[in-house]
Design a protein around this ligand. Structure first.
Ligand code: AMP
Ligand code: MG
Length: 653
């Protein structure tokens, strides 16, 4: 195979053509067809490996058994090797006495004496049958008759308790076929035949490069505006999981010269190159331009009607696949699994992936973009009438939406939604459905992890799905969870949570979270003031920027009360979490905001307490007696959990 160094002249015509090609969004099927047509058929190189190193590889050739297994006629039980004809008349009331031959056959002992008529030889399980014998009787059906004889109380049929030579594997038999994935059972069969080395498909060497000025490797400290390289690790692992051998080459900045030289080096050495990032056709969009100089035919698809994953770029450079995955980790993983894994497995000589699928009901409507095949990650829980598939609420930038989901469902390109109640097919990430012991759906709080830690240590699985207080309440009403954590303030009664409960739900008090104003320590505009005075002072300073919260958040109600109708600079910055507020202030995008004390303290911010928020649980009464629910209630009331909550800055109710 060439090293992919062919230079293509960059004529006007050609770049115009490329431009057109990149702008054309292909259907998933069309993109896949073009990619495969450019790659296959191709020879699968093979190599000889020691048996112990073959796990997860595909056999390159049919393997024929070189010997019989077992290699000799062998006893299956502890007992006596006999001639069956001698025992034709034997029975419980009429034992037949046989004279013992002067040897005992253990495993690994070759017999020396013949079993003549009227005699028997003691034999162990696995011992070779001696000459003259045609059956074995179990020791349980015999009685010693002095040192030199044995009484047998059962008749024996010829061949009884004997495994004949070659009865398991016959010499010359096709033992395993080419393309078989080698697992422990296959290794066992090969070992039984004495095979120490086999020809297997050589694992495709796949170079992995992350691209982006903002990327640093795990283990290094983040500077402002930097993020950790997630794709490098996840793509490399997924390659190894699917029969390849990943060679991770690190993250390369968005620099055309550096990137091109890294890509050329990678292609010289590897069978395939997988990049991620830089596909979004912005200023940093370099990789696909470089690809057009790396070999023929170059880019075969750039832009696929997939969600997530539209910017996917597929190319073949002188026979080697080159792929640019989208930058967002979730998009990168979906496109990798959907479009790259089939190709990688084919190159590795492996059969297509067979993922387990289950049917589950979608509890809420899922909106979808018309014209793009959409993949939605879901968490599975047990509902009243079977499995429920909760869509993961996080966007394609969220790595946890992939790691915490049980699988995904597919919404057809021609559909603009999946209605609530749809019975959907879910492709599982694991071989089996893992229904959790305890399901918590609602608002998330770091304090919750301190309580559920005890359940996890006791071997109970807890699934916590963050959909906000109102979403949790709705799930509890439908009986889809055990508990819904809520912190809903009722303006009329000026109380938390209780007014929101309905028939079938009961309140389990959780803990209190102190809400207050956060600011950077040392900021004279806030230090030493009450929350009310601090906000009043902030409103008089036009240079002071706030960070707000989303509509519907309990915190937002408190902020609006403090502002009394004012709309200061930063009001429209409305993140959805306590942590985002703290990050905005700590990183100086804002000067003040409202969050809970534990979060403020964790980031080292100044904090002015304002009001206590009640974080409680709506318990589905019908599920109260379930052992995992009882375990949760025990954990919640335990001294251990209370101490942990207090240490983290919460006040147990
Ligand atoms: P890009 O396609 O390079 O514009 O990237 C799109 C988004 O994905 C940006 O927010 C990037 O920071 C992010 N991203 C790109 N590569 C990685 C990576 N290796 N790990 C984590 N995030 C990434
Ligand atoms: Mg980038």
């Amino acid at each position: 195979m060439g090293s992919g160094m062919t230079m293509i002249p960059q004529s006007q015509d050609r770049s115009a053509l490329e431009q057109e090609q990149f702008l054309k969004i292909l259907s998933r099927e069309e993109a896949m067809a073009r990619f495969e047509a450019a790659l296959f058929p191709r020879a699968i190189p093979s190599e000889t490996r020691k048996l112990a190193d073959t796990l997860g590889t595909a056999l390159a050739e049919d393997v024929t058994a070189p010997i019989d297994v077992p290699p000799f006629d062998r006893s299956n039980v502890d007992g006596f090797a006999v001639r069956s004809a001698d025992l034709a008349a034997a029975g419980e009331g009429a034992p037949v006495r046989l004279a013992l031959n002067g040897e005992t056959i253990h495993c690994g002992t070759a017999p020396r004496m013949q079993v003549a008529t009227g005699t028997a030889t003691p034999i162990a399980t696995g011992g070779p049958l001696p000459r003259g014998a045609d059956a074995v009787v179990m020791v349980e059906h015999t009685q010693p008759a002095g040192p030199d004889a044995v009484d047998v109380r059962r008749a024996a049929s010829p061949g009884q308790f004997v495994s004949y030579a070659g009865s398991d594997i016959a010499r010359g038999e096709a033992l395993l076929r080419a393309g078989t994935l080698v697992g422990s059972r296959e290794i066992g069969m090969l070992a039984a035949c004495g095979i120490a080395e086999v020809a297997v498909a050589r694992k495709p060497r796949v170079a992995v490069i992350s691209t982006g000025d903002e990327l640093v490797q795990p283990g290094e400290v983040l500077a402002p505006a930097e993020i950790h390289d997630t794709n490098g690790a996840i793509v490399a692992a997924a390659i190894d999981e699917n029969g390849g051998e990943a060679i991770f080459l690190g993250a390369i900045p968005d620099d055309e010269a550096k990137l091109e030289s890294a890509m050329r080096r990678a292609l010289a050495d590897a069978d395939m190159l997988v990049l991620s990032g830089g596909t979004s056709k912005g200023a940093g969009d370099l990789s696909h331009r470089i690809i057009s100089r790396l070999g023929q035919p170059g880019v075969v698809a750039h832009g696929v009607a997939l969600k997530p994953g539209k910017p996917l770029c597929l190319a073949v450079c002188d026979g080697k696949p080159v792929v640019i995955l989208p930058g967002f980790p979730t998009s990168a993983m979906f496109t990798f699994h959907d479009m790259i894994v089939p190709v990688l497995r084919r190159m590795a000589g492996l059969p297509p992936r067979s993922d387990a699928k289950v049917s589950a009901t979608v509890p809420v409507r899922i909106a979808s973009e018309l014209g793009r095949t959409e993949f939605v990650m879901v968490s599975l829980v047990e509902g009243r009438g079977g499995l429920i598939a909760y869509p993961s609420g996080k966007g394609s930038g969220a790595i946890t939406s992939f790691a915490q989901a049980d699988g995904f469902l597919r919404i057809d390109a021609l559909a603009d939604q999946m209605p609530a109640g749809t019975e959907a097919e879910v492709t599982l990430f694991t071989p089996h459905v893992r229904v959790p012991d305890l399901v918590i759906v609602g608002s998330h709080c770091t304090g919750l992890d301190l309580v559920t830690a005890q359940l996890a240590h006791a071997g109970l699985t807890v699934r916590s799905i963050a959909v906000g207080s109102l979403g949790g309440l709705a799930a509890a009403k439908r009986g889809e969870c055990d508990l819904a954590p809520i912190h809903l303030f009722d303006d009329r009664s000026e109380t938390y949570n209780t007014p929101y409960l309905v028939e079938g739900l009961e309140l389990v008090p959780g803990w209190r979270r102190m809400q207050g104003i956060v600011f950077r320590k040392g900021d004279k505009r806030f230090e030493g003031l009450s929350a009310k005075d601090a906000v009043a002072a902030a409103l008089t300073d036009p240079a002071c920027i706030m960070v707000n919260r989303n509509q519907g958040a309990g915190t937002r109600i408190l902020i609006d009360r403090l502002l009394g109708g004012a709309r200061p600079e930063g009001y429209w910055n409305q993140p959805r979490s306590h942590n985002a507020v703290a990050a905005a202030v700590a990183q100086q995008r804002a000067d003040w905001g409202m969050t809970i004390a534990p979060v403020a303290h964790a980031v080292g911010l100044g904090f002015i307490p304002l009001a206590e928020e009640h974080y409680d649980f709506a318990l589905v009464t019908a599920r109260k007696q379930r052992p995992a629910v009882q375990a949760f209630l025990d954990a919640l009331g335990s001294g251990e959990a209370r101490t942990a909550l207090e240490r983290a800055g919460f006040r147990p109710a």
